[in-house]
Write a protein that binds this ligand. Structure first.
Ligand SMILES: [Zn+2]
Length: 93
């Protein structure tokens, strides 16, 4: 009788989630777009990239929703004058 020692060591190749250069560039530009600081070039790049990349589109949607939720929360809590004050401060950064 033969004992076949087959150690089944299945190495799962967890492909690291490294973003391709295009996505990296897109996500950087995305931040600027959401901060309304993007140049037209950035905006155009993001726009065209989001049409082809669902990953970045996902990031964009999540980020946008998050920011809007945050904004609404702040807006509800703070009086208008305070909002203006915050906006002013943000512009100064
Ligand atoms: Zn992408």
């Amino acid at each position: 009788m033969e004992l076949s020692k087959t150690s089944s060591s299945q190495q799962e190749n967890n492909s690291e989630k490294t973003l391709c250069k295009e996505c990296q560039h897109c996500l950087e530009a995305l931040e600027l777009v959401l901060d309304k600081e993007a140049s037209q070039e950035d905006m155009a790049y993001v726009k065209s990239h989001l049409e082809t990349c669902t990953h970045c589109l996902d990031c964009y949607e999540t980020d946008k929703t998050l920011r809007e939720a945050l904004k609404n929360k702040i807006a509800k809590k703070c009086p208008n004058s305070l909002m203006d004050c915050i906006k002013e401060k943000l512009n100064q950064i």
